[in-house]
Design a protein around this ligand. Structure first.
Ligand code: CA
Ligand code: CA
Length: 171
């Protein structure tokens, strides 16, 4: 991977977390994503699924801040993201899974509308809400169903998530 490609990859990962696009990652990005997902799946914040989603989002933010918010101002800048999150998570991919798992678990429960598991179509809606462009969302959602059974398990989500955030970087 050349350095221009590396920069683009970092920029797109940062943008994925910086949901409101204001140039830094903070708690609002996580709670905003939770609110948007609840609205997409017509669920209230007060019900069990809603509360699980908000507490998962908060845990995800706390984990991200713990890894990357070097100066402790409750904001993760692009530079902090690069030096903190990307490098540390590459060295310890399991840590990302641990941080993200409660949120991802809650998202899957929310998107599982018939109780049989999250379908690729529901995963595509999740990705769209989180700002992924339509053609990419469809592609990623179908790829997430790695064993092709029409449902996306938590293991498949975690594997896809880790592959996206913790791929080999610079030589
Ligand atoms: Ca932001
Ligand atoms: Ca900071």
């Amino acid at each position: 991977m050349d350095s221009a490609e590396y920069e683009r990859k970092i920029a797109s990962r940062f943008a994925a977390f910086d949901q409101d696009g204001n140039g830094y990652i903070d708690r609002q990005d996580f709670s905003g994503a939770a609110a948007a997902l609840l609205s997409e799946f017509s669920t209230t914040a007060r019900c069990e699924k809603g509360q699980a989603l908000y507490s998962g989002a908060e845990a995800f933010w706390q984990g991200m801040a713990g890894i990357a918010d070097v100066d402790g101002d409750q904001r993760v800048t692009r530079q902090e993201f690069i030096t903190g999150a990307v490098k540390r998570l590459r060295d310890n991919p399991q840590r990302l899974a641990g941080i993200a798992r409660p949120f991802l678990h809650a998202v899957i429960a929310l998107a599982d509308e018939d109780g049989g598991g999250m379908t690729p179509a529901a995963a595509e809606r999740v990705l769209r809400v989180l700002g992924v462009e339509a053609p990419v969302a469809a592609q990623v959602a179908s790829a997430l169903d790695a064993d092709g059974d029409g449902r996306i398990s938590e293991e498949e989500v975690l594997a896809g998530f880790a592959a996206y955030y913790v791929t080999p970087e610079h030589p």
